[in-house]
Design a protein around this ligand. Structure first.
Ligand code: PFF
Length: 460
């Protein structure tokens, strides 16, 4: 079946209503806990500016070209990631084994959502904490204790995780276009406005300059292979690439939308929100004598201090965690969509059934993360708790590996006829630049970082 604009296949699950809707959906997927929760705590743990600068390089040289590749592959295949990679693999290189790249992505989404739902559950819990004025006038120590009580309780953390997963299943079951498009239209601008309000507060703490220096003053003394691998992994995680999620969304993209401009818009929005989050959180950290390397609880321990002491803090705090919950929800949906599309297409079941089966399995696996903060917090191996291992395996191994295979496929196995047909053929130099990046620069960067991190190459 043909679609306007010359592609050969049509989507099985409908289309985004416009290019803007697609930008919002991919932005909704990209902007999430990765930007506001993970980026600041990783920046803190990995020494500040060295991490930030490597991160920015990774976004441009690795993230952007891979995002474009995933969208173009998704749109050309117009199926779930496994089938798309099998079809295009056969057409472009005569091998159906490329389907494993899609399968790797699906497994990645499954694992990521299992821990993502738990952290997102905390943000939902904090909507209620903020609303009942729990932060009002509270100092850093009290706020710290409040968070420890939440993460330390398997029952409470499990409850919020369950609630969040239920919401995710409900939205995915309703279909992509209806629930999702509407939610992101309000969420992304809303989040931005609140972040700016918080930025004004942060600027008044007196530690703004110190925070800016911590994040941006070039200091590569902290730089080593671990930092580079972490920054690369974070770029993948934050941009939602390397796990076929953008590929799945690309399958519903109308044929006439420009992939280059769309990707640029998403990458710019995602990166700006991450940097903004850092510039909100670190001034509060320094002004209150907190430790920037405090780890995963950082956001839950810093921002409530601001909410507790600012005018209108109850309302702003509540709105902030509400919007963060939305941001997490639009990402969670995109983490589930590839697997749900695959189950629907390969098993012939309807969306509701597929979303329920997949959601329940992910929910169950989520308890590995729930217990990592309480009952099983002393059960440690390799990278630490179960959560730390799932996080490392996905962000630092599966996503970069998936991204590497996607760029190799797009750069070396797809004909330039196919790729230039999907990317804007008018954008001559843009296309050439993309091709050089996906053939040489992007794969080389990912391979070097990998070799370095497994000790076969010594960059540091
Ligand atoms: N990009 C999301 C975030 O930054 O919170 C998380 C995520 C969503 C990762 C979708 C991967 C993915 F496929």
């Amino acid at each position: 079946m043909s679609v306007p604009g010359g592609g050969q296949r049509t989507s099985l699950h409908g289309f985004w209503s416009s290019r803007l809707a697609f930008i919002l959906a991919v932005t909704g997927s990209a902007v999430g806990l990765g930007n506001i929760w993970k980026f600041p705590y990783m920046t803190g743990e990995y020494g500040g500016s060295a991490f930030v600068l490597v991160y920015l390089g990774a976004v441009l040289l690795v993230g952007l070209p891979i995002m474009m590749s995933e969208i173009l592959i998704g749109r050309r295949g117009r199926r779930n990631p496994v089938t798309t990679m099998r079809l295009l693999g056969q057409e472009e290189s005569g091998s159906s084994q490329w389907q494993w790249v899609g399968a790797l992505g699906i497994m990645g989404g499954f694992l990521i959502l299992s821990f993502y739902g738990v952290i997102a559950g905390w943000t939902v819990a904090y909507v209620f904490e903020a609303a009942r004025g729990a932060f009002a006038g509270a100092g850093a120590a009290e706020i710290d204790a409040r968070f420890s009580a939440l993460e330390g309780s398997a029952l409470r953390t499990g409850f919020w995780h369950t609630l969040f997963m239920l919401l995710t299943i409900l939205i995915v079951a309703r279909g992509v276009e209806r629930g999702l498009e509407q939610a992101v239209r309000v969420m992304v601008p809303g989040l931005l406005v609140i972040m700016v309000v918080l930025l004004v507060y942060a600027a008044g703490t007196g530690a703004f300059g110190q925070a800016a220096e911590f994040m941006f003053r070039p200091d590569f003394s902290a730089l080593d292979g671990t930092v580079i691998l972490a920054a690369l992994g974070q770029a993948f995680f934050s941009l939602s690439i390397g796990m076929a999620c953008v590929m799945a969304y690309g399958a519903y993209l109308p044929q006439d939308a420009s992939i280059g401009r769309t990707s640029l818009a998403v990458v710019a929005a995602d990166t700006s929100i991450a940097l903004l989050a850092g510039m909100v959180i670190f001034p509060i950290v320094f002004a209150n004598g907190l430790d920037p390397a405090d780890g995963i609880g950082l956001v839950f321990k810093t921002l409530p201090i601001a909410f507790g002491s600012m005018g209108g803090g109850v309302l702003i705090g509540m709105l902030f965690f509400l919007l963060l919950s939305f941001a997490a929800l639009t990402s969670a949906i995109s983490l589930m969509e590839p697997t749900v599309a695959w189950v629907m297409e390969s098993r012939g079941v309807n969306r509701g059934v597929a979303a329920t089966i997949v959601g329940v399995l992910i929910w169950l696996l989520g308890f590995a993360t729930v217990f990592s903060f309480n009952l099983l917090q002393d059960f440690r191996f390799l990278r630490g708790t179960l959560f730390a291992n799932i996080d490392f395996l996905t962000s630092n191994i599966m996503l970069p590996l998936g991204g590497l295979l996607v760029t190799l496929f797009a750069g070396w196995f797809m004909s330039s006829n196919s790729t230039s047909g999907e990317l804007d053929p008018q954008a001559g130099t843009g296309y050439q630049l993309w091709r050089i990046l996906v053939r040489w620069v992007t794969p080389a960067a990912v391979i070097i970082v990998f070799l370095n991190s497994i000790g076969l190459l010594d960059l540091a």
